[in-house]
Write a protein that binds this ligand. Structure first.
Ligand SMILES: [Fe+2]
Length: 563
């Protein structure tokens, strides 16, 4: 697979202070996309790819640039965002909102970075170009920053000024770090609930937020699904299948004020799952039986629009795809490995005996069969697996945090000798999971962060989840969904399933998020549940607190918090 090019890097030649620069920097290319992979020392290797060697301090912001007529609309109607920090730089994002009159030309945008919210302590004022071909998205790398430091940023076009975002750099590789606060969630179906969880996350004290996929849903308006019927909101436009459709869908989601507030509050690490393209697709194989050529074009358009709307340290996709697996380092405390469980996966098994869920029929549960038991049948693809094991094995960080899309801890739906499992999860890749977790068994302090299942699950990880004689090798924290709903038909069988899956230490099928506080000795994972996801003013309550102790794999304890 060819590597995509990097987004605009704000190099020294772009810093035309007090004047107007014509354009942004040229793009770089090569192994630097993921920042960390070449050396296994995420922060330092990422720093080598940038070209500004020292902080650039200025006292004067660039003058406003000429702007097209927005006819009273806000060109920053999609808000601002930041993501993928390393120790000296951060990706700053916006996307010009054309309103009712699409922009037909490239547009220069000023990016201001400061040490304070009033921009009195200006660090840099730079011009980048929002290009037509990129949907007027901006992925600017603010460079030459101080490690382990907070900044404010904003964008300007003409007289228009964006909202101010707040973000931070990571500590340098090897730097002693006492604490990291990470929020985790996923799955935000617009139709099934408000994004009130994001409002509470925006107000939380976090260093990072990890979003694990299903940022948009591709369903048509009011399309019936296995999760629930119509909710409080409705999708705009038909099921997306091309560039314009996906842009329309993301545009709807990105106008949500709570989502915008959360993006502006902290840096995010984002990966996709299936709904950014199509439910339950695998690699280039759609679940819905589309012709392969048509699906390849659809996936390319979907990846392209995901990139346009995401503060991620990469360029747009090539015809081969878009590499998004990467490692972000946090000093000596943690490495965070973000995985891609969709782009390279083999299709879900179809050869195990299907088993209906009572009252719901076929939901994709099958007895483990030959394909799931084939170690060469993989979710990550062999290249990414080798990379992942190498990143973990070479890391000297205290904790190995993993951003993962779908359930890894395994679950069997019914009692019986042959486990009946959901095939879209790691259970559909049972033997390759076993192989992978055995290779990671010596990793120090493995904590897998997961989304997808529209419920919170706190669980122990074994290389074979259904062989309780195996040692526990790590912990999995499955965050609840922002707004998507747990499969209603699974609620009646949940008590039986929990009774036969002792690896599950806590389960809650409601909406919310997890906040992890990581220190040298332990991880405290606090589960927050939204009172009423249909109410954008809803409160949120902490309902459980899990503890993971360094040196002791798995979940140490789960404390329920009385309501
Ligand atoms: Fe989802």
């Amino acid at each position: 697979m060819s590597e995509p090019s990097l987004p605009h890097a704000l190099t020294r030649r772009d810093f035309l202070i007090g004047g107007v620069a014509a354009t942004a920097a040229a793009c770089s290319s090569g192994d630097s996309t993921a920042g960390s992979e070449s050396s296994g020392t995420p922060s330092s290797s990422a720093a080598e790819t940038t070209t500004t060697p020292a902080p650039t301090t200025t006292t004067t912001a660039l003058q406003p640039l000429p702007a097209p007529d927005y006819a009273g609309a806000d060109p920053f109607g999609f808000g601002v965002a930041s993501g993928d920090p390393d120790d000296v730089s951060i990706v700053l994002w916006t996307r010009l909102d054309p309103g009712d009159s699409p922009l037909s030309a490239d547009q220069d945008v000023v990016v201001d970075v400061a040490g304070d919210a009033d921009f009195a302590e200006l660090v840099s004022s730079t011009v980048v170009t929002a290009r037509v071909e990129h949907g007027h998205s901006v992925h600017a790398i603010a460079d030459g920053l101080q490690p382990d430091s907070w900044y404010h940023y904003r964008f300007r076009v003409g007289d228009h000024v964006s909202t101010t975002g707040r973000t931070r750099t990571a500590p340098s590789a090897g730097e002693s770090v006492d604490r990291l606060r990470v929020g985790v969630s996923s799955c935000q179906n617009w139709e099934l609930g408000t994004f009130v969880a994001h409002r509470h996350l925006a107000e939380s004290e976090l260093d990072l937020f990890v979003f694990l996929g299903d940022y948009v849903y591709e369903y048509a308006p009011n399309e019936p699904t296995v999760t629930t019927s119509a909710g409080p909101r409705i999708h705009d436009g038909p099921e997306p299948r091309d560039l314009d459709d996906y842009r329309r869908r993301y545009s709807q989601y990105r106008r949500d004020p709570d989502l915008q507030a959360h993006h502006a509050a902290h840096p995010w690490l984002v990966v996709w799952d299936d709904h950014e393209v199509d439910n339950n697709y695998a690699g280039l194989v759609p679940a819905g039986g589309e012709p392969s050529d048509a699906f390849a074009a659809r996936r390319h358009d979907a990846y392209r629009v995901w990139w346009e709307f995401t503060p991620v340290r990469t360029g747009p996709p090539t015809p081969d795809g878009l590499r998004i697996h990467r490692t972000v380092g946090w000093g000596d405390l943690a490495d965070i490995h973000m995985l891609d469980g969709r782009q390279y996966r083999d299709p879900q098994p179809t050869d195990g005996e299907p088993v209906d869920i009572p009252g719901a029929g076929d939901l994709g549960a099958r007895a483990l069969g030959p394909t799931a038991l084939d170690p060469d049948h993989t979710m990550l693809g062999s290249e990414q697996e080798v990379w992942f094991v190498g990143q973990v094995s070479s890391s000297s960080a205290r904790w190995q945090l993993v951003g993962n899309q779908v359930m890894m801890h395994g679950i069997k739906a019914f009692p019986g000798d042959v486990p009946v499992t959901p095939t879209d999860t790691w259970d559909g890749y049972h033997a390759s999971r076993e192989q992978l977790l055995e290779r990671l068994a010596d990793a120090s302090n493995l904590v897998v962060l997961t989304g997808d299942f529209h419920s919170a699950t706190i669980a122990d990880l074994r290389s074979d989840p259904f062989d309780l004689a195996r040692p526990i090798v790590g912990a999995e924290l499955m965050a609840p969904a922002i707004s998507s709903q747990f499969v209603e038909a699974l609620r009646p069988i949940a008590p039986l399933a929990l009774s036969i899956n002792p690896q599950v230490r806590h389960f809650d099928p409601e909406n919310g998020y997890i906040v992890c506080t990581v220190d040298t000795d332990k991880v405290i994972a606090e589960l927050f549940i939204v009172d009423d996801v249909t109410d954008e003013r809803s409160g949120v309550e902490m309902t459980a607190r899990a503890t993971i102790i360094a040196g002791t794999p798995g979940i140490e304890s789960v404390e329920l918090i009385p309501g």
